[in-house]
Every structure is written in C-alpha cells, then in structure tokens.
Design a protein around this ligand. Structure first.
Ligand code: PSU
Ligand code: MN
Length: 312
C-alpha cells in the first residue's frame, strides 16, 4: 500500500534546512485550542514576525486537510484559528489517524517536537509546556494522574523547546521532577529559577543557566553532538509581562474546582483551565500569555541563529 510522503515542507523552510540555515518550529495547538479569536491568529503572526526579526525562518507545524505541514501558510493558520471549523488537537499519537481522516489540527508541543525532529529542525518555540496536572482542592488522588504527552516526547525528540516553563495550571514541582527523571536538561535563560508561565518565579531552583544564545547553542551542541544525548532540552525564559503569583494561584484554584464540577477531562482540561484563568484575571493572564509567546519566539530565533553558526 502506498503511503503519502509524511511531511509537506514550505519552500522557504526546505531551502533554509538544506542550506543549514536557522529555522524555528512553532506549535499551533495554541492557535486552535489555547487562545480565543482574534488573539490566536494575532499571536501566530506575531510569533512568526519575532522569529524573522531574529534572522530565522518560522515554520508553523500543523495538520492541514490530512497533511502534516511544516511552515503552514497564513490561510492555513486562519482555518485553524476559526473555532467553527472544529480543528482537532493533535498529540503525536493522533497524527496518523488525523492524516488518514483528512482533518485539520493544531499540533501540541509534543506533536510539534516530534514533527520538528523528523524535519531536522532543532529549535522550537511555545508558550508553556504541558506536564503533571494538579488535583482540585480536596480531590482524592485516584488512578493514573493526568500527565501531558509533552513530557514523554521531550525525552525522545532532540529539539530545544523554548518556553516560559510548564504552564502554571500544572503541578510545577512534580513536572520539574518528571523532567529530571526523563533526563531532559532545563536551562534558565538569564534566570536560576524555573519560571511559572504567567509569573517569573516558581520557587523551584534551576541548576543551569545561560546568559545568551551563543551559550545556549554551546550546551545544545555538547548535549546532542559531543555527548550523543537524544533528549530534547527545555530553555526556560521568564515572561516579560509577569502577573503576581498570588493573583494567578487564586484564579487557578477556582478554575480547578470548576473543571472538576463540570467533569472536564482529557484534552479539554488545558484549554478549559487557560480560559478560566484568563477570565478570572480579567484578561491579565491572557495578556501575559501573548507577550511571553512573542518573547519566546524571539529568543528561539536567536538560539537557532547561534546554533546554525556553531554548526559551520
Ligand atoms: N502554550 C500556550 N498555550 C497553549 C499551549 C502551550 O501558551 O495552549 C498548548 C501546547 O500545545 C501544549 C498543550 O502542548 O497546550 C498542552 O496540552 P495537554 O496538557 O493536554 O497535553
Ligand atoms: Mn492530559
């Protein structure tokens, strides 16, 4: 049976990769599920522009009409940004089935990292990674915890994921432990504390930090090339428009209760909590999310440029 070529690369992305030039993958679950219109499309365009301003080529990853696209064009992003079209949320395990069904889907951090690795892209920007979810206050721990596929994929895709840390709605300490168990290095970008997505401090210390893109690129080359490690690397960048931790925590506690009361499960949990926190903070959390997405894309662009230079 014939199997279609797995990836469709935009011409600009293909040319940059062939020349060993800097490319930054961008995820699209944040467009399809993570942010409401018109912020979602605006964020996608701003991230692409920030990558370009740093001198790299942006490559939005998505499933478009059953094709895995690397370098989705603006028309495809518009489709993903329209909730009326009900785009799917693609984790790595969903990719084959979504392709077979000819669907549109935004790709999560996990799926984007998997596709980036396949395409030979080494740097990728997102807002915050998924991780180990919290329980609602008083909720008994029962059965397997809800753990994002982002963690497992970070352990096997040799890609540098630039984020503002794990999303604040998660159990950050448990997520940091899981990253350690999986052997995923976490580098602080000019910080020695794991950022907490909307806020700049989590109280969790980071052992390693870098002060600039050249230093980050050196660590990446040592990790992948010299030491032959295959894990991804998390580069944690503090958010530029941080919201105070107490404000965020109160909103998260209420959002968790609400999610439990409504029986929100599975893939719907993260988008539900992000939206609930945005509403409870009267948009402050969302403004922080938009700013940090753009900032992470800019840093990823710089790292991709430094990494391409280090290869020469
Ligand atoms: N960063 C954001 N907003 C988002 C996400 C990241 O600023 O919505 C998405 C990413 O695609 C991430 C996903 O992989 O949320 C996590 O979902 P889950 O917890 O269901 O694995
Ligand atoms: Mn989950």
């Amino acid at each position: 049976m014939a199997v279609n070529p797995p990836l469709r690369l935009a011409e600009e992305v293909r040319a940059a990769l062939a020349a060993g030039g800097p490319v930054v993958a961008l995820e699209t679950s944040v467009v399809a599920q993570g942010l409401p219109p018109p912020h979602n499309l605006e964020a996608a365009r701003r991230c692409a522009a920030a990558v370009r301003a740093a001198g790299a080529v942006p490559a939005a990853v998505a499933v478009v009409a059953g094709e895995v696209v690397v370098g989705a064009e603006d028309a495809a992003l518009e489709r993903l940004a329209d909730p009326a079209r009900r785009p799917a949320k693609a984790s790595p395990r969903d990719l084959a089935a979504l392709c077979a069904a000819g669907r549109d889907a935004g790709t999560t951090v996990a799926a984007t990292a998997a596709v980036a690795a396949l395409a030979g892209i080494r740097v990728f920007a997102t807002g915050g990674i998924g991780g180990v979810h919290r329980l609602a206050p008083g909720e008994p721990a029962a059965g397997a915890a809800d753990v994002s596929a982002d963690l497992a994929e970070l352990a096997r895709a040799p890609v540098c994921v630039v984020s503002a840390g794990p999303k604040a709605i998660l159990d950050l300490a448990a997520t940091a432990e899981a990253l350690e168990t999986l052997g995923v290095p976490v580098l602080g970008w000019r910080t020695s504390e794991l950022p907490a997505f909307y806020s700049d401090g989590s109280g969790i210390a980071l052992e390693h930090r870098v002060e600039d893109a050249a230093a980050a690129a050196r660590v990446l080359r040592l990790h992948w090339d010299a030491l032959r490690r295959r894990e991804g690397v998390l580069l944690a960048v503090p958010p530029p428009e941080a919201v105070a931790r107490e404000v965020v925590e109160a909103a998260i506690a209420a959002a968790l209760e609400d999610a439990r009361a409504r029986g929100i499960r599975g893939k719907a949990v993260t988008p539900f909590l992000l939206e609930a926190v945005s509403r409870a903070t009267r948009g402050r959390a969302r403004a922080a999310n938009l700013a940090l997405l753009e900032r992470n894309a800019a840093v990823a662009g710089e790292v991709a440029v430094a990494l391409a230079a280090a290869a020469g």
